[in-house]
Design a protein around this ligand. Structure first.
Ligand SMILES: Cc1cc2nc3c(=O)[nH]c(=O)nc-3n(C[C@H](O)[C@H](O)[C@H](O)COP(=O)(O)OP(=O)(O)OC[C@H]3O[C@@H](n4cnc5c(N)ncnc54)[C@H](O)[C@@H]3O)c2cc1C
Length: 380
């Protein structure tokens, strides 16, 4: 089935024009991805779809080497998430991993390794939930590093990391300990999931089961120069954080858009009574269009380091989450018993929208950051 969506050899990297990327992503999303969305929800990890999206340019166009087209990358994620939120999340995980590799400036990571990643020939995600929360003072760092000759040894456990498997990889951060046990700084590295890494099955989640999510346990895992993304990690994270968060908006808006589609679908049969419901498709579509507009403006300057820019990014990410939650709930109410079937798209989207609201930065984390930034701006 996948042969029909793979683009031909002459439409490769240098042919990733905006129109070609958008067209091919739309074709994959509406065709093979939509067809397997229910299977992905139950646990199928869609690496064939990810490879097709990579070949189509959807996983590489946000990189500086391909024009830093963040708007196009977010549109692509929105298009896929409209059909399947889990695949949208895999795209985000993959996109930010590519961002880490490129922005590392480490020639071991930003050369052919990144090319293969950007084209969807190899796969990897991100293990940054815990450090992102730790840097905001929400929880302690879970990976610890000790300095050794030529690099660091890493120990610790992360409870859930997606888009990894044996032979894949993810960006990770560890706190570097001094002899007295205090933290001197943090290091960021590419964690290759080779024989040194223990991948532990996670408990069954209520959704996102096809995202290949594992617990990761490291015991004296050595990291040398070839895997180093940033040492120290904090300035690097401060630089890429708005881009990290902004990219997630594609996932939120796509889930919302798919939910609006489900509400519209039943208008011919149920419109006469559904018009008494709140969050009608037209109202939600107007909010969606507004969020898309704002996201596209922000996507022009993903490395803007100003406080105002970060606030705008946090705001649109939070609004996207809230919109996805409301649209998913509305789609269930609009579809009624049809949407209450276990196999119905609104059921799946309710769970996907909950994930959008709890994945780091979760809605509560976004609000904490916004409150903190506003307080700095307007101290009491
Ligand atoms: C399906 C799925 C995929 C994910 N993929 C990734 C990924 O690719 N990369 C990544 O870095 N993070 C991943 N996460 C983690 C995610 O981003 C959030 O950190 C997580 O959902 C908790 O966020 P929270 O802010 O709501 O924390 P809270 O729910 O407030 O919890 C705070 C902390 O308590 C711990 N905790 C709470 N409940 C449990 C539990 N039942 N078992 C073990 N520990 C628990 C966790 O360490 C958690 O971070 C994934 C989570 C899920 C459910």
């Amino acid at each position: 089935m996948m042969e029909s969506v793979l683009i031909s050899d002459d439409a490769r990297v240098d042919r990733w024009t905006d129109d070609v990327v958008a067209e091919n992503v739309e074709r994959i999303s509406r065709g093979p991805l939509k067809a397997v969305a229910a299977r992905i929800d139950k646990g199928h990890y869609p690496l064939d779809i990810m490879a097709a999206l990579g070949e189509a340019g959807a996983l590489g166009v946000h990189l500086e080497r391909h024009g830093a087209r963040f708007g196009l990358a977010i549109d692509a994620m929105q298009s896929a998430s409209r059909a399947c939120g889990s695949t949208g999340f895999l795209m985000w995980s993959h996109d930010v991993c590519g961002l880490y590799l490129e922005q590392s400036g480490n020639s071991h990571l930003s050369g052919s390794r990144l090319d293969a990643h950007a084209e969807g020939k190899t796969f990897g995600g991100t293990a940054l939930s815990n450090p992102m929360k730790a840097f905001s003072g929400i929880e302690p760092m879970m990976l610890r590093a000790t300095r050794v000759s030529g690099g660091y040894r890493i120990n610790g456990t992360l409870p859930w990391v997606s888009h990894i498997a044996a032979g894949q990889y993810c960006g990770a951060i560890a706190a570097v300990l001094r002899d007295d046990g205090s933290t001197s700084h943090e290091v960021m590295f590419l964690l290759d999931c080779d024989e040194r890494v223990e991948l532990r099955p996670c408990p069954v989640f209520s959704g996102m089961e096809g995202t290949s999510t594992w617990g990761v346990r490291l015991h004296d895992y050595f990291v040398g120069e070839a895997q180093m993304i940033a040492d120290p990690a904090r300035p690097f994270i401060a630089r890429i954080r708005p881009a990290f968060i902004l990219l997630q908006v594609g996932m939120a808006l796509g889930v919302a858009q798919g939910a609006i589609d489900s509400s519209v679908e039943v208008e011919p049969m149920l419109g006469h009574v559904n018009r008494y419901l709140n969050d009608r498709p037209d109202e939600l579509r107007a909010e969606l269009d507004d969020a898309v507009r704002q996201t596209r403006v922000l996507a022009h300057t993903p490395y803007d380091g100003s406080k105002d820019y970060l606030l705008d990014v946090l705001d649109v990410r939070a609004r996207g989450s809230e919109l996805a939650l409301r649209a998913a709930q509305a789609s269930l109410l609009h579809q009624g018993a049809r949407g209450y079937l276990m196999s119905a798209a609104p059921q799946r989207r309710i769970r996907e929208s909950h994930f959008v609201a709890i994945v780091t930065p979760a809605l509560k984390h976004l609000r904490l950051e916004m409150a903190r930034l506003c307080k700095e701006e307007f101290p009491a």
